[in-house]
Design a protein around this ligand. Structure first.
Ligand code: AMP
Length: 514
């Protein structure tokens, strides 16, 4: 047991002996291919960490980052860990109202944004008391790098303990208020170590990195996986299926949300030949359809390994990697990872018998510390005996495989992104002529689920569905905007007055032909 738990230090210890070997090769974006060596990572993170240290930030300061995906943005994340501050990534799709909430809630000392958003982001940040706003662009320009260039390229990493905060990831609640999940160095490091082992990372592995880095999957699971194994990454800022297929023969590991697998399968050039050197395909963040699982196996000869996790806990379960541990079963998310305890409870909190459906509860070194400045909310989400209530509904079969059957919180997952109906409903209900609304997710062949809004007009009003959608587009991230909007006379309700979203989902389930 080491006392020093700075995640950055653990990742750096895994760098290969040859620091001049390529750590990251860009596959797209300005100047591609660009090659970053392990020494580049070491030096660039030192310079950025020295810049942060020079700002004399209070201990535990948050560094909020909303930039396009770039290698430099990953280096910034590592630098924040190195300097001992708390990293707060924000989805690049978020617009002013959302950013205002996150910055107001997290009170970051430093905000880093794209140059083109500097005007409005800095206004919000300075108003909220942030002292420093830097810019960072996809083409390696911006004030962050300009300023870091003046700092030394050596830096002693801050001493961090397992229980110290490393990152805050904002999720949302069904009430529409986002919650900041506080993850510690110990949470992230323990999960990264377990996955390295469980997924059989070996010397020489090469990861194709295509996921966004504001989310647990791309930032933690994928990046930590490669770094902790000293493995090269082929880095895509944007997912381009044809380009990924061309690079697959150089790679051994790929991680994606289900939508990306559907897109790979739509590529005529995708098949056994492209996958000849691949070792592992990992899927997660949303349910993988059994059809996709089966078709992928037929086309590529590889069985996708599906795993399950969430912002609050990082990874919880995984299908087995080694055949001797069992088969990878489509439609399941596998077994609890080593060190993770998982149980299924009924509404009274009593354990469900094997195979019965209930709420999934978990415990383990990976489970977060709580929601940022929401002690009450945190308390509600844990049982009296310390288990975290995931909000997912599922079951465990007699062989121990876990299956997720739904989400108690009505969360919609579209293209791997979470959409919380209550948030969209809040905006719709404010609009002219709208009395009330219900937002649901229905099966979509590409995105897993497509967002659909059902709106009730105020007496005498005739809101135009297309105009409502157009108005939403200026307000919220595009992935949250309903793909369809219906204006109806009334919403179906149960005797308790609750909107029966299950009936709406049923009614519109064929909308996208999934
Ligand atoms: P996030 O915090 O954005 O990672 O979202 C977490 C939620 O995604 C979980 O609570 C699950 O509802 C869902 N999720 C993640 N992985 C899977 C999976 N393999 N199958 C089904 N749902 C999943």
């Amino acid at each position: 047991m080491t006392s020093h738990q700075n995640l950055f230090v653990a990742l750096r210890e895994a760098f290969p002996d040859d620091l001049d070997a390529t750590a990251i090769e860009t596959a797209d974006g300005p100047g591609a291919p660009l090659f970053y060596t392990w020494r580049d990572i070491e030096r660039a993170t030192a310079m950025m960490a020295n810049l942060l240290a020079s700002l004399q930030l209070p201990s535990g300061a948050r560094v909020a980052v909303q930039t396009e995906k770039s290698v430099e943005a990953l280096l910034l994340y590592l630098a924040v860990l190195r300097a001992g501050y708390v990293y707060l990534p924000l989805n690049t799709a978020y617009q002013a109202a959302e950013i205002e909430y996150f910055i107001g809630n997290a009170e970051p000392s430093v905000v880093v944004c794209s140059g083109r958003n500097f005007g409005w982001v800095s206004k919000i940040a300075f108003k909220a008391g942030t002292q420093h706003v830097f810019t960072l662009n996809e083409d390696r320009t911006g004030t962050l790098l300009d300023r870091a260039a003046h700092h030394a390229d050596t830096h002693t990493p801050a001493t961090k303990w397992a229980d110290d905060l490393a990152a805050i990831l904002y999720t949302s609640g069904t009430t529409g208020r986002s919650k900041g999940a506080m993850l510690t160095h110990g949470n992230l490091l323990s999960n990264a170590r377990v996955l390295k082992d469980y997924w059989g990372w070996v010397p020489g592995d090469v990861l194709i990195h295509v996921l966004p880095i504001f989310h647990v999957h791309g930032l933690f699971v994928a990046s930590h996986g490669a770094l902790l194994n000293g493995s090269k990454m082929i880095w895509f800022a944007k997912f381009d299926p044809a380009a990924v297929v061309r690079r697959l023969p150089e790679a051994t590991v790929f991680m994606g949300v289900p939508t990306l697998y559907v897109r790979l399968l739509a590529e005529p050039g995708f098949g056994r030949e492209a996958c000849r050197n691949m070792r592992l395909f990992v899927a997660g963040s949303a349910p993988l359809l059994i059809e996709t699982f089966n078709e992928f196996r037929e086309r590529s000869g590889h069985t996708i390994l599906e795993r399950y996790g969430m912002s609050e806990t990082a990874m919880l379960t995984s299908n087995p990697y080694h055949p001797e541990d069992g088969e990878r079963r489509g439609g399941t998310v596998g077994f609890p990872l080593p060190g993770v305890a998982l149980r299924v409870s009924d509404e009274q909190g009593q354990p469900c018998p094997t195979g019965e459906i209930g709420g999934i509860e978990v415990k383990g070194p990976n489970v977060f510390k709580g929601y940022w400045r929401m002690p009450e909310k945190t308390k509600e989400e844990f049982t009296a005996d310390g288990w975290f209530k995931t909000g997912d509904v599922g079951k465990v079969d007699e062989r121990g495989y876990v299956t997720i059957v739904g989400r108690s919180k009505d969360l919609i997952i579209t293209g791997g992104y979470n959409v919380y109906p209550a948030e969209i409903e809040g905006y719709l209900n404010e609009m002219d002529g709208v009395a009330e609304s219900a937002v649901i997710g229905v099966p979509h062949p590409d995105f897993g689920e497509g967002v659909v809004a059902v709106v009730v007009a105020k007496p005498g009003a005739k809101p135009d569905a297309a105009a409502l959608v157009a108005e939403l587009k200026g307000k919220i991230a595009n992935f949250k905007v309903p793909k369809h909007c219906f204006v109806v006379d009334a919403l179906p309700r149960n005797t308790m007055g609750k909107v029966q979203k299950n009936l709406l989902r049923e009614q519109h389930k064929g909308l996208f032909g999934a």
